[in-house]
Design a protein around this ligand. Structure first.
Ligand SMILES: C[C@@]1(CC(=O)O)c2cc3[nH]c(cc4nc(cc5[nH]c(cc(n2)[C@H]1CCC(=O)O)[C@@](C)(CC(=O)O)[C@@H]5CCC(=O)O)C(CC(=O)O)=C4CCC(=O)O)c(CCC(=O)O)c3CC(=O)O
Ligand SMILES: NC(=O)C1=CN([C@@H]2O[C@H](COP(=O)(O)OP(=O)(O)OC[C@H]3O[C@@H](n4cnc5c(N)ncnc54)[C@H](O)[C@@H]3O)[C@@H](O)[C@H]2O)C=CC1
Length: 231
């Protein structure tokens, strides 16, 4: 499996199954996508999400609940009608999940299957076409962690460790991005620029400064940069 980051802005995600797992996936994708959940019953968390919309709530709700229990023969029509970028198969009915997976793959779409397929039970691992990783975010920085489906519990435990590790990385990403632009404007040659930025992102002083505030971090970064410029 090769990790990629996918921009879901303007795309739809179709989730079959409105239980705890369907709700967790819907919440995740509603940060960006229009999410439609088809299920005969809905977790409380989904009712709340549908009321609030996704994070980009300005354009209206991005989680829609459709009360239905499509059988395996019907899931293909559902997929054709919505035209999603990704299908999530999260029902407690293995036949429905399998049909959703097959129909999505037939249509050339991404599919995330949340239960183990029959092939898994006989030994080999098949997680559909995509795995939803455990993620840590400090915008614009994100870390995605997967065990290739082998141990979701481990993915979660490792995610908790990484959370502490990348605290403040978002502010560092923004600051170093701005400094890169400033150095370019000042006409500093590419090699010196690269060296300066590499030192800034590794500097304990800058990380600590950023914890006190942006301008503090920036001052610390300037002294690191001046050292590099002096040669
Ligand atoms: C293949 C995958 C497909 C998919 O769902 O995308 C999948 C499948 C399954 N999960 C199961 C169980 C659990 N899943 C979690 C939690 C998470 N599961 C997530 C992803 C994935 N789960 C994909 C692989 C990820 C990878 O590669 O590592 C996370 C990371 C992301 C998310 O779902 O948002 C999220 C943590 C988010 C976070 O906190 O950061 C916990 C932990 C808990 O709840 O405390 C448990 C109980 C403990 C355990 O069993 O490990 C079962 C068994 C069901 C059963 O038999 O009962 C299956 C099916 C099977 O393996 O057969
Ligand atoms: N990926 C993960 O982290 C985990 C995955 N699982 C697996 O994911 C699946 C879902 O787990 P939960 O949400 O806990 O189960 P759940 O039983 O809480 O929810 C399943 C939902 O699917 C709905 N459903 C049933 N038939 C349907 C149909 N024909 N069309 C649409 N929706 C239908 C049910 O009404 C229910 O709302 C299970 O197969 C389970 O083994 C379980 C735990 C964790």
């Amino acid at each position: 499996m090769i990790p990629l980051y996918h921009d879901f802005a303007g795309e739809s995600v179709l989730v079959f199954g409105g239980g705890a797992v369907g709700a967790r996936k819907a919440a995740r994708f509603a940060d960006e996508a229009r999410v439609v959940v088809a299920s005969p019953a809905f977790d409380d968390r989904l009712a709340e999400l549908a009321r609030e919309g996704g994070r980009s709530g300005a354009e209206g709700p991005t989680v829609e609940l459709v009360r239905a229990a499509p059988d395996p023969e019907a899931v293909g029509e559902w997929i054709d009608r919505l035209g999603p970028a990704l299908v999530v198969a999260a029902t407690d009915d293995a036949a429905v999940n399998a049909a959703a997976e097959a129909a999505a793959l037939d249509a050339g779409l991404l599919v995330n299957r949340t239960d183990a397929s029959a092939a898994d039970r006989s030994g080999s691992r098949d997680v559909g076409s995509v795995v939803v990783p455990a993620t840590v975010e400090d915008d614009p920085v994100r870390v995605a962690l997967s065990t290739g489906g082998a141990s979701p519990a481990l993915a979660k435990a490792l995610r908790e460790r990484v959370e502490a590790e990348i605290d403040g990385a978002g502010a560092m990403a923004e600051l170093s991005g701005e400094l890169r632009a400033e150095l370019r404007e000042r006409g500093i040659d590419p090699q010196t620029r690269r060296e300066a930025i590499r030192r800034v992102v590794r500097s304990e002083g800058v990380w600590k400064g950023l914890q006190k505030g942006r301008s503090n971090g920036r001052q610390e970064a300037y002294s690191v940069i001046e050292e590099v410029l002096k040669g």
